[in-house]
Unconditional design. Structure first.
Length: 535
């Protein structure tokens, strides 16, 4: 129903309310209790997924419409409004059961009109779908929880300060050191709140210098002077706190209290060095994990040969940060037969790298089925789901697995939600589209997923490129993504008869850097190219 049908010319107050709601682009509803009728705007109907003639009454039978954790909140709001001295307005955020059998977060707001006996005779209000916002909030809450677990588990003082050197966040250990009951109490305070002016002024001067020069102060031994308390000693490392755009937000630091050790003068140097090393342990462990992860990649793949064909390979691997979620795996099957797995794990950093390690372990278990791409992906999917269900978390990975058989002159592939490869025939690149191809679920999401295999004859191509989304999700200065079509366009522009596949990959990377803002990639870049020549 068009929103104009909700307007009641006889009630100017309600008229203005509904006009304002319509201007906000929210769904609008009106419930006439005297006529026992409720009507909805078209936008509201689009939110709840029902046509007008089938739409349920949003305020009847709440337990059948809303999530069991939410409908009581809405019922309590309605009960308060319907009481004689109840409020004029109400609101609740509830999960609504959509006809697609999914939960949609709805923000429901309303206001009432009463008669002279204070009885509610009409309710009107708005509804807006806030599913995306709520999902983002829940994801952010989980990330914050993980960060908090990490910060709270570190046996040192960890803190973040804004540009004014006021505490924005810390772990509990820092708050206890300052004599506060909990870490919430430290927010908004500064070193001047706790230390004497001399020490606090020096700390402020150091932090201003860090923000201006973007140079960290690493492992400084400092004397802390407190009013009315004995002096203490600590080793402090401070760095500039930058947002994801590289703009300064303040500083963050890690401090170890070394008072007892400094008092033992003969052991001062050794103890200070030991604690400095301890401050570096976390970074060193991450660096080591990065080195191990990257060293496992087969960067130089030997040629594959048979009496019919020769295949040469080139790889490109550019992680966005230390630990990456993108990887490829080379699986030798025979002298003329090889499997290549390209995989992209959800997210980045430690969580994604752990899934990468799990998948590599599963690859070892499934190596016997490596000659059959559909069975190989089925085994990886089942193994990953089993691990994730035990851990109680949801993670997934897109993947594509191909088997190159030079003797039979065939390439067989199976895909798990991953972009299909780009192929070259002659001097022209295009994305491979096998007949009857249908996208299938990523690894780790749907148990017992049966993957399909597709076969391509080597005569149909001269080069095949496997890749992850890092090469096409780059943005230019106007915020426009390149997309796969743009990558293919760049490949066709740089392609010549003389180009070897290694040259074309190298030139593609240069073209991608030219397209990207500040020549930086937004995500991990992972590519494997196979070039075929007949004998």
């Amino acid at each position: 129903m068009n929103e104009d049908a909700l307007i009641n010319p006889e009630n100017k107050e309600l008229d203005r309310l509904l006009l304002a709601l319509r201007a906000s682009n929210e769904g609008v509803w009106k419930w006439d209790l005297e006529a026992n009728e409720i009507i909805y705007s078209d936008r509201l109907l689009s939110f709840i997924g029902y046509p007008a003639e089938e739409a349920p009454h949003l305020f009847h039978n709440l337990s059948s419409l809303y999530h069991e954790e939410d409908y009581k909140k809405l019922q309590d709001c309605l009960d308060e409004v319907f009481s004689p001295n109840g409020p004029e307005i109400f609101g609740a955020n509830c999960r609504f059961l959509h006809p697609s059998n999914t939960w949609r977060w709805l923000r429901i707001r309303g206001a009432c009109i009463r008669n002279e006996n204070k009885q509610v005779i009409m309710l009107a209000g708005s509804v807006i779908d806030i599913t995306r916002r709520k999902t983002a909030e829940l994801d952010l809450e989980e990330d914050r929880h993980v960060l908090n677990l990490l910060v709270e588990s570190i046996p040192v003082n960890v803190y973040f300060k804004d540009k004014e050197s006021k505490f924005r966040m810390s772990n509990t250990a820092t708050a206890l050191k300052m004599g506060l009951p909990n870490k919430e109490a430290i927010i908004g305070t500064s070193d001047h709140t706790f230390f004497d002016a001399k020490h606090a002024d020096k700390s402020r001067k150091d932090e201003v210098s860090i923000m201006e020069t973007l140079q960290k102060h690493d492992g400084n031994l400092e004397k802390e002077t407190w009013p009315g308390q004995p002096d203490s000693w600590c080793i402090t490392s401070k760095q500039p706190w930058l947002d994801n755009k590289g703009r300064v937000k303040g500083t963050f630091g890690v401090t170890n209290d070394v008072t007892d050790m400094v008092n033992i003068q003969t052991r001062l140097v050794n103890v200070a060095q030991a604690l400095k090393d301890k401050n570096q342990t976390f970074k060193e462990e991450l660096d080591l994990a990065t080195e191990v992860q990257q060293s496992i990649l087969t960067k130089h793949i030997p040629p594959l040969t048979s009496s019919n064909y020769t295949a040469d390979f080139t790889t490109e691997y550019i992680p966005m940060s230390g630990l990456a979620g993108d990887f490829y795996e080379i699986i030798p099957i025979s002298e003329s037969k090889m499997g290549i797995l390209m995989c992209d794990v959800m997210g980045h950093g430690i969580r994604a790298s752990l899934i990468v390690a799990m998948l590599r372990g599963l690859i070892t278990k499934e190596v016997e089925s490596a000659h059959q791409p559909d069975s190989f992906l089925y085994g990886l999917n089942q193994g990953l789901i089993k691990i994730m269900s035990k851990a109680g978390i949801t993670m997934f990975a897109t993947a594509i697995y191909i088997v190159i058989d030079l003797e039979s002159k065939l390439i067989t592939l199976a895909d798990a939600g991953h972009p299909l490869p780009i192929v070259r025939k002659g001097n022209t690149f295009q994305q491979l589209t096998p007949p009857g191809y249908k996208a299938q679920s990523a690894l780790g999401l749907v148990p017992e997923t049966l993957y399909n295999s597709h076969t391509i004859h080597l005569s149909m191509l001269s080069e095949l490129i496997l890749f992850t989304d890092g090469i096409y999700e780059i943005e230019n200065k106007d915020g426009e993504e390149l997309e796969i079509e743009g990558v293919i366009r760049l490949l066709n522009e740089i392609s010549t008869q003389e180009d070897s596949q290694s040259h074309s990959i190298e030139k593609l990377i240069n073209s991608l850097r030219s397209y990207a803002t500040q020549e930086l990639f937004n995500d991990d870049v992972c590519m494997v190219s196979a070039s075929f020549k007949s004998s």
